[in-house]
Write a protein that binds this ligand. Structure first.
Ligand SMILES: *Cc1c(COP(=O)(O)O)cnc(C)c1O
Length: 391
């Protein structure tokens, strides 16, 4: 008897057989997997054995991406999350509980600061915000309840370099963990775990994916910092979608090439901007004029990163003239294939009172350049066009 159309439509069709394996990883969108037996289901759902059952608990596209990031960071473990912020939530939810305490750098990404202070307080977790460049102040902020110290490798937008091994010592002496947001560096430029950090966070949305079409995060860590992480990831629903992971794996395949190109151009652009009369300030860790240049040389691997910040002496008016004349797009993110510019005072730091902004070194004239992969000549010409328009 021929199969009924309803059954042809609705029944599972076995995958075509193939003795060969695809070279490019398939996108595996399935939310659920067939189990051979009750015993297998129990085993897999209990975390034993190899295999997948339910997408939120884990899927091949997330694991492929996580494994590359785990190796790049020389970590014991790695997971992919639905965004960089989901990775930060994952740390908070897995490592802290009510009456715990966190010490956070005041230069963290705005949403991270909000999460670790305002949001965390709603759950009975206290936060002390410190200037993490001031090691004595950081030591003083740590208490017997401190579970976590949080800093960025290269701070946004003023590119302070965190002294990771000193900060790891401070955290460890208090029995706390050091979490490093490494988004501005990427694992090509810094591997915080090698400097004593316990956990490292990446917003994969930025340079790791690099193609401005995915929002994802990653958390990598050492064995001793991995308590609860994978359970928390699934229970709080922080996991990532397969298609996004697949896209990001494709992005990561050229991370090393994009980083090399961007780092090289960034150093040339920083040299090009050095001494220009239109500028009142120029910040790049690769310049000898950077206050932590020696630390940057010790701690950063391949070049000094793709981010440069500079202040136009003419303030906001000069910024508008510059942005009107340069072909570089003004968009408030970073790590894209193309070179972009951001203006922190009107974007990432707009909600801070002007006084606080100034105290962080973010004036109306400050521009942040995220160098991409065009020719170095194009980037320098584009900066020149902007500078020429500044009166
Ligand atoms: C973008 C960013 C985040 C947040 O990542 P999302 O992927 O946007 O959630 C965290 N930290 C830094 C430094 C960032 O630039």
């Amino acid at each position: 008897m021929p199969e009924r159309p309803d059954d042809i439509c609705a029944r599972e069709q076995p995958l075509p057989r193939s003795s060969t394996q695809p070279l490019s990883p398939p996108i595996q969108l399935s939310t659920v997997y067939r189990c051979e037996s009750t015993a297998e289901a129990e085993q897999l759902l209990g975390g034993a054995g190899e295999g997948y059952v339910y997408l939120r608990d884990g899927h091949p596209n997330a694991d492929l991406l996580a494994e590359k990031l785990r190796k790049l960071h020389v970590a014991d473990h790695a997971v992919i999350t639905g965004s960089g912020m989901a990775a930060m939530s994952l740390v908070l939810l897995s490592q802290l509980e009510a009456s715990g305490h966190v010490v956070v750098s005041r230069r963290l990404y705005g949403r991270c600061l909000q999460l670790l202070t305002t949001e965390a307080r709603r759950f009975g977790i206290d936060a002390t915000v410190v200037d993490a460049d001031d090691l004595a102040a950081t030591v003083a902020a740590v208490t017997s309840k401190t579970r976590l110290l949080v800093v960025e490798t290269l701070a946004n937008p003023t590119l302070q370099v965190a002294d990771l091994s000193a900060l790891a010592d401070i955290a460890h002496r208090a029995g706390a963990l050091l979490l490093v947001d490494n988004t501005f560096a990427t694992p090509m430029v810094c591997r915080p775990l090698e400097h004593g950090a316990d956990l490292v966070l990446e917003s994969v949305t930025k340079m790791i994916n690099g193609h401005s079409d995915v929002c994802l995060g990653a958390l990598c860590g050492t064995q001793n910092a991995w308590r609860h992480v994978e359970d928390t990831l699934s229970t709080w629903g922080l996991s990532a979608a397969p298609f996004d992971c697949w896209l990001a794996s494709r992005g990561l395949a050229t991370l090393h090439l994009r980083c090399r190109q961007a780092n090289r151009t960034a150093l040339e652009a920083a040299n090009f901007l050095t001494g220009r009369a239109e500028l009142s300030r120029l910040i790049y860790p690769g310049l000898a004029s950077h206050p932590q240049h020696a630390l940057a040389r010790r701690q950063l691997l391949e070049g000094f990163g793709a981010m440069i910040s500079f202040e136009l002496a003419g303030g906001r008016a000069a910024v508008d003239q510059f942005l009107g004349a340069t072909p570089l797009p003004f968009c408030p993110s970073l790590g894209e294939i193309c070179t972009t510019l951001s203006h922190p005072a009107s974007t990432s730091h707009r909600s801070l009172p002007p006084g606080e902004r100034e105290a962080l070194g973010i004036g109306e004239g400050l521009l942040r350049l995220s160098v991409g992969d065009e020719s170095t000549e194009f980037v320098l010409e584009s900066l020149e066009r902007g500078l020429e328009a500044v009166q």
